[in-house]
Design a protein around this ligand. Structure first.
Ligand SMILES: CC(C)(COP(=O)(O)OP(=O)(O)OC[C@H]1O[C@@H](n2cnc3c(N)ncnc32)[C@H](O)[C@@H]1OP(=O)(O)O)[C@@H](O)C(=O)NCCC(=O)NCCS
Length: 175
């Protein structure tokens, strides 16, 4: 699914690939373009300034512990990041998921494409469940998770936590 061009039902053509250190300017531009509302939904704060460590978080990582998938599309003829999904392998079988699409491209299927890629990478790393934290009830996010598998929600410390069971991998070869 990665490193290829996907045409979404909306007609938008996107690339899906892992981020790399040279993406720092593209990731910064993406984070800076997000509205305050979108930043709060993803990061639980308005982040008036994008700090270097936020950019580093999405571009430097140990792929055994954390993976960041970017959705890209040309903006004014130049490749831009328009969405990102990151998964961290936190507990045995559980991968923590964060996902965000820029305001201009929400509702076009970018989130669905990203979550499928992230879920498949998480499963390949041994995850059986995804965990996602939300500021509040978040209908598009819950919809994305429910499309993947059975999802239950709980409230902890005022945040909504969703757990989604990933589909069993059928291509796992017997050891
Ligand atoms: C959540 C988010 C990533 C979804 O990405 P997206 O590209 O807009 O999602 P899609 O276009 O793939 O749509 C996802 C589903 O949500 C549905 N949806 C969209 N807006 C909705 C709404 N207001 N109410 C209910 N469902 C909604 C869509 O119809 C779609 O379901 P379908 O495929 O069954 O039709 C995006 O809205 C976002 O970045 N939000 C801010 C950050 C955030 O909330 N992150 C989650 C916490 S980590």
């Amino acid at each position: 699914m990665l490193a290829s061009v996907h045409e979404l039902d909306s007609g938008l053509r996107i690339g899906l690939r892992l981020t790399r250190p040279s993406d720092a300017p593209r990731v910064r531009a993406f984070l800076e373009r997000l509205s305050t509302d979108t930043r709060r939904k993803r990061f639980f704060m308005s982040m008036p300034e994008i700090e270097e460590r936020a950019v580093n978080h999405f571009t430097f990582y140990n792929p055994r512990e954390r993976i960041v998938v970017a959705a890209t599309a040309p903006l004014a003829g130049v490749e831009a990041v328009i969405g990102m999904a990151d998964i961290a392998l936190v507990d045995t079988g559980v991968a923590e998921l964060g996902i965000v699409v820029d305001d201009e491209h929400q509702g076009e299927g970018v989130g669905a494409a990203l979550i499928e890629a992230a879920a498949s990478l998480a499963a390949a790393h041994g995850a059986t469940h995804l965990r996602a934290e939300m500021l509040d009830h978040n209908a598009p996010m819950v919809r994305l998770l429910e499309r993947l598998g059975r999802t239950v929600q709980t409230v902890e410390d005022g945040h909504v936590l969703a757990y989604t069971r990933l589909p069993l991998r059928t291509d796992r070869r017997a050891a």
